[in-house]
Design a protein around this ligand. Structure first.
Ligand SMILES: [Mn+2]
Length: 241
């Protein structure tokens, strides 16, 4: 195509505030534009008709970070530490994953996004990593006042995976701002990156010809300092061409 790829970027929704708003961190929009794509924010307030119309026009998708998924999406009772649960957003993003898989369009899923990707494929989540499964790694570095763009724990990527190929490395240090994590892995997904405590930090679709990748860290905050973070976005845009 001659025009640059249009990349749908999912947005957060204000929970318990009035007026209700959709919003997205600028870092996602900057990362896509720097990589040559055109970001198109998708608000959770779209109805099914509007959602399907916009999804069909877009060339690829970026699932962004945010609050916790409603655990009813994976048939578990809610944990008391759940925050910013937004069923409208869950519904739109789960529909988006199913559409991307069926329509064979590229998808990069960041932080909450990897969790949505997993749940949309029938997987489940640890609802509060600190207590279940429990860990001595701080996966919520913001709680310690660490800046969002500062790497905090190592990740090992499976050699030969699509993710390793895209990142250009199997060893990296990542930032970490997640309350939850992938537990049971969803259908057709392969875990391909791990923190030292065995928490899953990356998944991809088994079908290696497809660009469906999820990472548990926030590469959009690391693009200035880490070439592997930039490569995730340039690879997404390239896969959409
Ligand atoms: Mn982490």
């Amino acid at each position: 195509m001659s025009r640059p790829p249009l990349i749908g970027v999912t947005t957060s929704i204000t929970v318990g505030k009035h007026p209700e708003r959709a919003y997205v961190n600028s870092a996602y929009l900057a990362a896509i534009q720097t990589a040559g794509g055109v970001p198109v924010p998708i608000p959770p307030q779209l109805d099914a008709r509007a959602r399907d119309e916009i999804l069909a026009i877009l060339d690829g998708y970026l699932l962004t970070g945010g609050g916790d998924l409603d655990p009813t999406t994976f048939n578990e009772p809610p944990h008391p530490t759940l925050f910013e649960v937004a069923p409208a957003r869950d519904g739109l993003e789960i529909a988006l994953v199913r559409y991307a898989v069926e329509a064979k369009k590229p998808l990069l899923a960041v932080c909450r996004g990897i969790q949505v990707l997993n749940v949309a494929r029938g997987g489940s989540l640890f609802q509060d990593v600190a207590s279940d499964p429990g860990t001595d790694i701080q996966h919520q570095q913001d709680k310690d006042g660490k800046p969002r763009d500062e790497p905090t724990h190592p990740v090992k990527v499976v050699a030969g995976s699509r993710l390793a190929q895209v990142l250009g490395t199997t060893d990296l240090r990542v930032n970490s701002m997640h309350h939850q994590a992938v537990k049971a892995v969803g259908r057709g997904l392969v875990p391909v990156a791990f923190a030292p405590d065995t928490i899953i930090e990356g998944v991809e679709l088994e079908d290696a010809s497809r660009f469906i990748l999820g990472v548990q860290w926030h590469p959009e905050e690391l693009t200035e300092r880490d070439p592997s973070a930039r490569r995730l976005f340039t690879a997404l845009v390239a896969a959409c061409r």
